[in-house]
Design a protein around this ligand. Structure first.
Ligand code: SAM
Length: 216
């Protein structure tokens, strides 16, 4: 399959999976139309890159379904210049979408093989993001505070570290629940000690493994 075919599949993905389900902001649609998702998918699965489902990226991890990436990104109302902490780089596709929207992205991944591959693909496409290997359940204190935090693996709760590292007025989105099923929740930090939460939908993510997440 050539670039023109991928571009055609991408347009269909945006129209049928994202726009048709109610995400209509022109900036968001442009980002999903332009970021080449197939580059973030293992070569042998590239023909499936624009399907309406998550895909395996190796190491028992997944690149999320396109619509879920769109829903989470939309819930954060990203503005150019926002400093964003992403927990769980995975393939780097979500990272690329955030960067395309003008965010300054700090992304942390537990598995070094995935972090390296994501970094390589992000750099080859010219995205200027910072990726590190580490336990994202502790946040990333050196670069805090953040305007937005996105957690792309299932977590038992909004970890205390993330709440501390988020600015007042900032937003955080995460799949919260058990290892097998979660609720996707977005929260506004309305004061130094309080979050105001809103349920988006139920979902199913791979678990966040770490100090304030799940055990391996
Ligand atoms: N947003 C990613 C994408 O677009 O490909 C998908 C992320 S995948 C669903 C979740 C990722 O979280 C996995 O790559 C996993 O290794 C990572 N992860 C799990 N526990 C973590 C932790 N404590 N810190 C950082 N990353 C973690």
């Amino acid at each position: 399959m050539g670039n023109a075919d991928f571009s055609e599949l991408r347009k269909i993905m945006v129209r049928e999976q994202i726009q048709a389900r109610g995400i209509t902001s022109p900036d968001m649609l442009k980002a999903f139309n332009e970021v080449p998702r197939h580059i973030f998918v293992p070569e042998e699965k590239r023909n499936l890159a624009y399907e309406d489902c998550p895909l395996s990226i190796g190491s028992d991890q997944t690149i999320s379904q396109p619509y879920i990436v769109a829903l989470m990104t939309d819930s954060l109302a990203i503005r150019r210049g926002d400093k964003v902490l992403e927990i769980g780089t995975g393939s780097g596709y979500q990272t690329a979408i955030l960067s395309f929207l003008g965010a300054r992205v700090y992304s942390i991944e537990r598995l070094s093989t995935l972090a390296k591959e994501a970094q390589k693909n992000l750099a080859s496409l010219g995205y200027n993001v910072t990726v590190a290997v580490g336990d994202g359940t502790e946040g990333w204190r050196e670069n805090a505070p953040y305007d937005k935090i996105i957690v792309t693996a299932a977590t038992p709760q909004f970890a205390h570290s993330w709440q501390e590292q988020l600015t007042v007025g900032g937003k955080i989105v995460a799949p919260i629940g058990g290892k097998l099923a979660q609720d996707l929740i977005v929260a506004d930090k309305i004061s130094t000690k309080h979050l105001s939460t809103r349920l988006i939908c139920s979902c199913r993510f791979v678990p966040l493994i770490g100090k304030y997440g799940f055990k391996e």
